[in-house]
Design a protein around this ligand. Structure first.
Ligand code: 5GP
Ligand code: MG
Length: 186
């Protein structure tokens, strides 16, 4: 697995530091005086990619929360370009009247958030905010509204810290670029 890495784009220490900063921002935005009354949110990681990011983030957000799940596929199998997003499954719980924070690993074409944000609103959420760990440097990503962004990265295919290629590499602690010959190898 480690022999497949071309270079480390974001090392784990930098990810951990930024995740804590994001958690502080999110906590402040959901605590009085930023909101009136007791803060309570529903966290919804978009699986599978946001699993590790969400697990690390929420342990630094000390406010009452429920967790819902949503599985969206956009880069199935060996794809390194979006094939269009589709919802594969959801276990959101009742989001009616709740403040929902959707969490995704990476913002690329924007297709995932454009699909999921209206869906959660239609289910009756009071507010829907979005948080992504990574945003690619491309117009479609920059033009997609998002409330919290961890890192801006070049328009390259990355894996690690939850992000996969053909379902592998999610357990790499760093965000990395794979060697060219790994992509497309069967
Ligand atoms: P979007 O819907 O904004 O095009 O892309 C979001 C989804 O596409 C992400 O949740 C992720 O699953 C996948 N994706 C986009 N770019 C990358 C990438 O560079 N690497 C990996 N592993 N997945 C990506
Ligand atoms: Mg994803």
């Amino acid at each position: 697995m480690h022999g497949d890495i071309e270079r480390i784009l974001i090392p784990q220490e930098k990810i951990a530091a930024r995740v804590r900063e994001l958690a502080r921002e999110i906590t402040a935005d959901h605590t009085p005086p930023a909101v009136s009354g007791e803060a309570e949110i529903s966290i919804v990681p978009i699986l599978t990619g946001a699993m590790i990011f969400t697990a690390d983030l929420i342990r630094h957000v000390p406010i009452a929360m429920k967790i819902g799940l949503m599985t969206v596929s956009s880069y199935p199998g060996r794809s390194i370009r979006t094939q269009g997003s589709s919802v594969l499954g959801q276990q959101l719980g009742d989001v009616r009247g709740r403040h929902v924070l959707l969490i995704d690993d990476i913002l690329d074409s924007g297709g995932t958030l454009k699909l999921v944000v209206p869906l959660v609103k239609e289910l009756g959420a009071e507010t829907v905010k979005t948080c992504v760990l990574l945003r690619k440097d491309r117009p479609a990503a920059r033009e997609t509204p998002v409330d919290y962004v961890g890192f801006e990265i070049p328009d390259e295919f990355v894996v690690g810290y939850g992000l996969d290629y053909n379902d592998y590499y999610r357990n790499l602690p760093d965000i990395v670029v794979l060697k060219q010959d790994v992509i497309g190898r069967s």
